[in-house]
Design a protein around this ligand. Structure first.
Ligand code: ADP
Ligand code: GN1
Ligand code: MG
Length: 383
């Protein structure tokens, strides 16, 4: 059986098209066999629309995605980044599959040799090979270790990416100052008339601002180096096999030059939350210290030799920072009328923000032992 995935998005300007989507005609634009068995929507990503394209006889399946061009404004540059990154990882994997175990999806060209297809309505499509994986993988200490290993490996594999700096597909993506400015604007504009209802959350955000700006200043000053990083390391962007082994990292739209701290912190944000980011019962939301321990061990098993002392020292803090940034982004989107993240009900973004605030509180309660653990595992000197 062979499968293809197609991705479609739900942001303003990217609503479901008002014409019936003839997915088979879009699949036909790509250099894949003609024996398509089925095309069905898959995945729980917040940004693109993804379809699995199953083949009858070919023995390999595909993924078709509609790229969110409202968020990723220059699809050509975006695909240039993805090609460079996937080719580099797959080349290294091909040279040494035992050591460089991590795969990345290969981009399938169109029949005319392009890397994406623009339809008559202005929507952009791309096709990847489907990486068979365990679609039911659940969070566990073992997965956390493997997840850490995969993120560390990803950074290590890309540390020698030749050529120019990657294109910035979303400028200032993890720049907390930028995110706070966007929030301020959303509060003033109050497009959805919701500002009054989030006063408590805005106060918590303001109270923590100074603490969160510190890392940004270290990055700007060059004390934290820029490296090729993923920038969206949430759990469902890491694929595992049936034995819980991490086999691939997907969702490469945000691979850019940035700090490793964001990859570490963002992975912990989802891998070490005892509940899902969408959980509304806050009593279920806690920081899972043993998953943190496992993730950190796995991550350092691959990345330790890459990192410098200033990065290691901030690993624990990066978890607070990434959760804080997500609080700011979810509240901003809620105030803006839910124009960025896909939602399932009107207060979804608000509840995501509150969930992340609860997680932040739980991280604070665990922070001393997180720092202690990182110090031991990363052999940071006490000075
Ligand atoms: P989004 O940006 O919307 O999060 P992703 O690229 O993460 O989109 O894709 C959404 C989901 O589709 C993933 O979480 C995964 O389940 C599935 N998926 C995407 N690409 C592949 C692939 N090449 N092989 C297997 N599954 C994939
Ligand atoms: C989005 O695309 P997805 O669902 O993997 C977002 C991330 C957020 C995440 C929150 C390009 O990730 O930055 O952390 O939602 N991706 C983009 O769940 O904005
Ligand atoms: Mg994703």
């Amino acid at each position: 059986m062979q499968v293809f995935i197609l991705i479609i998005s739900g942001v303003d300007g990217m609503k479901n098209p008002d014409y019936p989507l003839d997915l088979i005609q879009i699949v036909r634009k790509f250099a894949v066999p003609r024996d398509v068995e089925s095309i069905k929507s898959i995945g729980a990503g917040h940004i693109n629309d993804t379809y699995l394209v199953t083949m009858k006889y070919f023995g390999k399946d595909f993924v078709l995605q509609r790229i969110n061009h409202v968020i990723f404004k220059d699809v050509k540059l975006l695909m240039e980044n993805i090609l460079r990154v996937t080719r580099h990882i797959n080349l290294r994997h091909g040279l040494n599959p035992e050591v460089d175990y991590l795969k990345s999806p290969s981009v399938i060209p169109t029949v005319t040799g392009e890397w994406f297809f623009k339809d008559v309505n202005g929507y952009y499509w791309r096709c990847y090979d489907f990486i068979p994986h365990d679609s039911n993988s659940r969070l566990s200490a073992h997965n956390a270790y493997e997840g850490g290993r995969a993120i560390g490996k990803f950074q290590e594999l890309l540390a020698d990416l030749p050529g120019e700096r990657l294109h910035e597909t979303i400028p200032f993506f993890h720049d907390v100052k930028n995110r706070l400015e966007q929030l301020d604007k959303a509060v003033v504009k109050d497009a959805a008339g919701r500002s009054d209802s989030v006063k408590k959350e805005l106060k918590i955000i303001a109270d923590r601002k100074e603490e969160m700006m510190q890392v940004r200043n270290l990055i700007k000053s060059g004390k934290i180096p820029e490296r090729v990083t993923h920038n969206d390391t949430k759990f469902n962007n890491i694929l595992f096999d049936e034995n819980g082994k991490a086999i691939a990292i997907i969702d490469l739209d945000t691979v850019m030059s940035s700090s490793i701290l964001f990859d570490f912190g963002d992975a912990i944000r989802t891998l070490c939350n005892t509940a899902d980011e969408d959980e509304t019962d806050l009593s279920k939301v806690r920081f899972n210290f043993s998953c943190f321990e496992q993730f950190t061990g796995g991550y350092l098993s691959e990345a330790a030799t890459l990192l410098i002392e200033s990065e290691k020292k901030l690993l624990a803090f990066s978890c607070k920072l990434m959760v804080y940034i997500m609080v700011v982004r979810f509240i901003t989107d809620y105030l803006s009328g839910d124009v960025y993240f896909k939602i399932k009900y009107p207060t979804h973004n608000f509840h995501r923000a509150v969930n992340q605030l609860r997680l932040l509180q739980s991280i604070n309660e665990n922070f001393d032992r997180m720092e202690e653990l990182v110090r031991k595992k990363a052999f940071i000197s006490q000075k």
